[in-house]
Design a binder for this molecule. Structure first.
Ligand code: GLN
Length: 474
């Protein structure tokens, strides 16, 4: 029996290399758990029927000694990442049977490394949500407490990993969609620097904010996956060049121990338990030799407002391509306009329609300057403040989410309260800096706490360093 609960990527790799188990045995162990748990948890929308064939194929890499640390490692993939000839639906009815015609760049990377794809995971429709309850394919439950949400929008990937239904998982993070489910499911989640990971072959939500983001059971697992995801890609015009990557790393301080805490942001809406856990985490970091400094980010309090203008603007533009003609579902109609209208009305869920309407509004003549342009200006201020702050500190620390995993059904009728979950996520996406969510303890009710470290552009290495350290002092 393979101890899936405690298995890490490194250990799995060593065992595969030593022949303690084969790729097929490892994949089969996960398939068994999926069979047992997925009907209730609904982490996967689809489990691929060729998993064992993939495993046998990858086993050959060990024979020919062309294996990498990811060879034979099973992955769960969010349903908005293209894998050639497989269905990719973004959790939406409008793309229900849509098959990808090519591999996303990151999928090419993972295939080359020898990863195995177990299936595609449930998500909030088009990645819009914080609870995986807006999917057209049912809600996903949190394996830690099945009366609660796993977080979202990448809740399926998080639930798959937390429920031992995979060893590694990918999501996308436009404003916390990997960090928040990591927090609710007790996992590590990294939102990379904007442009570090290619967006080619990802179904776009907000192009200026989206990043493919890995989940892991520990910081080291996330680091391993990130290394395979992150590279310059000429097919993504926002991909960071090799020169810039190198120069960002060269500005290294040798002793990265300064943590800035923006206390002024922690005023309202944060659970007392979350605040207490945050303070306890700070004490532990202090004891471990980190210096804690007060910092001011005067414009960060507008992050959520800015995000909920810029994101819908980008959403309304991106989703205009789903017109009932070019992709997926097409409704019957009397003429072209009627087909457009009916396909979009029936194909998209309520939350997606809400955001398309909001986005169309903020981009419309007469409102464009008042909302969209103003939001872009404030975004610039938020970014500048964060970059200036990183001249004084190595990290910015906040809780990952102001609350713990909430009950299924909660907040569905109150979009604003759902949007408030993103309060600590937004600054990293708006400014493009990387951020990592790390488990920081368990509540009286067995729910998970999490803290978030941000670092300056290109400094994921610092986040892995502090992440690994934090795991030892927890
Ligand atoms: N909660 C965010 C939203 O609803 C999540 C977006 C994301 O990261 N995909 O917009």
């Amino acid at each position: 029996m393979i101890d899936l609960k405690n298995l890490t990527i490194e250990e799995a790799h060593e065992s595969l290399k030593r022949g303690e188990f084969t790729c097929r045995e490892l994949a089969n162990a996960y398939l068994k758990v999926i069979k047992e748990k997925n009907p209730e948890i609904n982490a996967y929308i689809e489990v691929y029927d060729d998993v064992l064939d993939q495993a046998d194929e990858m086993q050959k890499k060990f024979v020919s000694k062309t294996d990498t640390i990811l060879t034979g490692i099973p992955f769960a993939i969010k349903d908005n990442i293209l894998i050639k000839e497989r269905i990719v639906s973004a959790g939406s009815k409008i793309l229900e049977n849509y098959k990808a015609s090519y591999d996303a760049t990151i999928i090419k990377n993972l295939k080359k490394a020898g990863a195995i794809f177990l299936g595609r995971t449930n998500m909030d429709e088009f990645a819009m949500g914080s609870s995986t309850q807006t999917s057209a394919f049912g809600v996903t439950k949190n394996p830690i407490d099945t009366t609660r949400v796993p977080g979202g929008s990448s809740g399926g990937s998080a639930a798959a990993l937390a429920g031992d239904m995979t060893l590694a998982a990918l999501g996308t993070d436009t404003c916390g969609s990997v960090r928040e489910p990591s927090a609710f499911c007790g996992l590590v989640g990294l939102k990379p620097t904007y442009g570090a990971v290619s967006r080619q072959g990802i179904i776009a939500m907000g192009n200026s904010l989206d990043q493919v983001s890995p989940f892991g059971k520990c910081a080291r697992d996330v680091e391993i996956i990130f290394d395979f995801l992150s590279n310059y890609d000429e097919e993504d015009s926002t991909s960071v060049s090799d020169e810039l990557r190198d120069s960002r790393l060269k500005n290294q301080n040798s002793n990265s121990k300064k943590i800035g805490v923006p206390w002024h942001l922690f005023k309202e809406g944060i659970d007392t338990e979350v605040q207490e856990n945050f303070k306890e985490s700070l004490d532990k970091l202090k004891k471990a030799g980190y210096e804690i400094l007060d910092i001011e980010l005067p414009h960060a309090k507008y992050s959520l407002a800015v995000y909920y203008i810029i994101m819908p603007a980008e959403v309304s533009t991106n989703l205009s391509r789903f017109d009932g003609i070019r992709y997926g579902y097409s409704a019957e109609g009397e003429n072209l306009m009627d087909i457009y209208k009916k396909s979009r009305h029936n194909g998209f869920g309520k939350e997606v329609r809400r955001r398309i309407i909001l986005g169309t509004y903020v981009l419309s003549h007469g409102y464009y300057d008042a909302y969209y342009i103003k939001a872009l200006k404030v975004r610039e201020k938020i970014k500048t403040e964060i970059m200036e702050t990183f001249k004084k500190v190595d990290y910015i620390l906040t809780p990952t989410v102001p609350i713990t995993a909430f009950k299924l059904g909660e907040k569905l009728d109150d979009p604003v309260s759902m949007y408030l979950c993103d309060i600590f996520s937004a600054p990293a996406n708006l400014s493009g800096v990387p951020a990592i969510a790390l488990p920081s303890g368990v509540s009286k009710d067995g729910l998970k706490f999490s803290i978030q470290f941000m670092a300056s552009h290109g400094r994921e290495d610092l986040l892995f360093e502090v992440g690994k350290k934090f795991e030892t002092i927890m």
